[in-house]
Design a protein around this ligand. Sequence first.
Ligand code: AMP
Ligand code: MG
Length: 470
Amino acid sequence: MKLVPRYTDIGEGFAISDHPAKVAAPQLLLWNEPLAEQFNIQVNADSRASVFSGNEPQAVSAVALGYSGHQFGHFSPRLGDGRAHLLGAISDDKNQLWDVQLKGAGATPFSRGGDGRCALGPAIREYVMSEAMYALGIPTTRCLAVVGSGETVYRNPPQPGAIVTRLASSHIRVGSFQYLATQGDVTSLKNLADLAIQRHYPEINSTGAQRYLDFLAAVISRQVNLVISWMRVGFIHGVMNTDNTLISGETIDYGPCAMMNQFDFDTVFSSIDKQGRYAFGNQPNMASWNCARLAESLMALISDDDEQAVAMLTPIIADFSTQFNQQFSTMWVQKLGLKASSYEQHNELVGELLGLLKEHQLDYTNTFDALTESLNGQSKIPPALGEWVKQWQAHTDEHSYQVMRQANPSVIPRNHIIEEIISQYITQGESEMLTRFFDVLATPYASHGQASEFKEAPKDDKNYRTFCGT
Ligand code: AMP
Ligand code: MG
């Protein structure tokens, strides 16, 4: 694996050199062969456990990155990689650098008393969920490997430990900008913004203040796109703190995430989200709020005069909701396969349908899948939707099936399936279910019929709870 250093030239204290701590008995549990091939990662099978646990030092020195974060609205100036080591970056076939990070490879200068370790359950969740999101076509970080550490991590209850290898187009977060802005380090802030532009938005060729205004606008467009894609498939991130918001617009950190079953905008599964801050339907508001925090952090690059900087940044932030509303409408038009002459009616149709879904506690994924297949004469639509369906069908045409099939997955990573896979790994060190699940996930938008075990929705998930993966 040819690694190059990353983030070491941003500024002092941004990337702190730190080595992964060795573990007792590394054992390779998951290996993503297609991803390894895509990035031409040639580490022979015998060495994978020791390389991707951090036991075998790499030619390039590993670093832990500093970042701040608004966690549930409260600002922590110094979070940083408390349980992650960035080994360096690898190049893809387009000469783009991708970060290779070990999560759970021991304490760092940012650990604040934490052990820097990761339990097996959250490691498996991160691998399976991120690969499922990738299969669904949603921007996401990827997982290359999960290695069992052969050690116990002391959680309640104690669990086997593991190390996840994460690949990301970058680990530049909103919190990374907050970190440098809080320290008043304008030179490093500019370095970071320029690196982010070069990596993610090379089309930006403006200069001066305009360059960073264009950068903010570009990040906003990606965040809108990301939240729309989450909502299209029923994904609830669960912990959209500014430190978990990537500038690239990829999904990162699969701690307390979950999929919505019965439709309800207020759905929350995270045990710590008592106020519903990150509820399914509140995700656009929170993404917009996070973008506003990015805007604040960029102020020093816009103008020396704070008032002027605010005046220039504010309309860009306001554009989040304009873009979101427009794309949210398009999303529903596609999910319902409406013909062009019926676009205008989408608000009424969607409003009525969502009201019925909520009233009758119908499953989000399966309902849209059934509506899609009904156009192919294949499926049974829930009786509660009978009248609405007659009305809706008049708004479809010969293109609707194809459009709907691309917008509505028939298989998603259901919470109970993920839990079963995790429990198989904990008790047996492997999961036969995961192999079958990945087979089905190869084509999540194809019709998988009614019978697939991965399609069944739980009757009641009101007591399902997810936890931050610490
Ligand atoms: P996360 O919930 O993964 O987004 O993490 C939030 C913050 O807590 C980050 O700064 C992490 O590095 C830190 N953190 C989480 N778990 C641990 C751990 N086991 N040891 C040290 N720091 C941790
Ligand atoms: Mg995080």
